[in-house]
Write a protein that binds this ligand. Structure first.
Ligand SMILES: NC(=O)c1ccc[n+]([C@@H]2O[C@H](COP(=O)([O-])OP(=O)(O)OC[C@H]3O[C@@H](n4cnc5c(N)ncnc54)[C@H](OP(=O)(O)O)[C@@H]3O)[C@@H](O)[C@H]2O)c1
Length: 231
């Protein structure tokens, strides 16, 4: 397979990269910075092609994709994301510049990746947007996290429109809630909690569903337990 993974330096994206690399796949890894682990893996495997960029930079995305020949991609994973932990606050304390940052990285950047990778996806290819349970309007009952929740709800909408637009091209589009993971984003609380999961567990669950058990995926918006999530 040939896949694109954004945010590939760490966390869930790095675990997806490991799985694809182990599977013998070609990986176009769009990463913010060259982490030690990404460097090690890409030095060991010439089928991992690393492009360092700020995912908000449309030109950098276009340049990376110019190396890919037409309609040869099996899957595009939009994984890069940010969470501003000081924004778990109500509206009075919400910092609009951080709301803009989260919308830019979590919603507009993946839309840009969708735009420029559409022509490169094979028939039957997959657009996998990593969303969050916090992007579910009907499930969210808290009075905080405006920016992050808005960004993931917007990403879900982008995925839905993309699915409507590409239905004749046989492209599969999904929004994936990866669970509360013990990553940089999950933070200290995830490390201490028995309710969190490792990014490796989440990546393995997703990989299994997408490539070995895809007829059983429970809906367009699903989670690491293959539970259908509500919009
Ligand atoms: N962790 C959770 O509990 C959780 C729960 C629900 C959903 N999610 C979603 O799952 C996805 C992966 O999360 P994770 O926990 O693996 O996060 P993570 O460990 O913090 O990794 C996020 C990745 O995104 C990259 N990134 C952030 N801003 C970027 C930018 N402007 N340009 C390029 N890359 C950028 C980061 O690079 P740098 O660090 O170098 O900036 C990093 O490689 C995210 O979309 C997140 O919203 C996570």
């Amino acid at each position: 397979m040939r896949v694109v993974i954004t945010g590939a330096g760490k966390g869930l994206a790095l675990e997806l990269l490991r799985l694809h690399s182990f599977n013998g796949d070609t990986v176009y890894a769009l990463a913010h910075s060259m982490t030690d682990e990404l460097k090690r893996l890409s030095e060991q495997n010439t089928d991992i092609h690393v492009y360092l960029m700020d995912i908000k930079d449309e030109k950098a995305i276009v340049n990376a994709f110019s190396d890919i020949s037409d309609a040869s991609l099996d899957t595009v994973y939009n994984v890069a994301g940010i969470w501003c932990s000081d924004q778990s606050v109500g509206i009075q304390d919400t910092d609009m510049s951080k709301v803009r940052d989260m919308l830019s990285v979590n919603a507009i950047a993946p839309l840009c990746v969708m735009k420029h990778s559409k022509r490169l996806l094979k028939r039957g290819g997959i657009m996998l947007n990593v969303s969050s349970d916090f992007g579910s309007i009907s499930e969210y009952e808290r009075g905080d996290n405006y920016g992050y929740c808005m960004s993931k709800a917007a990403l879900n909408m982008a995925g839905k429109i993309f699915m409507n637009e590409t239905k004749d091209s046989d492209i599969r589009v999904y929004c994936y809630h990866p669970g509360w993971m013990r990553t940089q984003m999950g933070g200290e609380a995830a490390v201490k909690s028995s309710e969190s999961i490792s990014p490796k567990e989440s990546a393995s669950a997703l990989f299994e569903l997408l490539y070995k058990n895809n007829s059983n995926i429970s809906g367009m918006f699903f989670d690491y337990l293959n539970k259908k999530r509500e919009w």
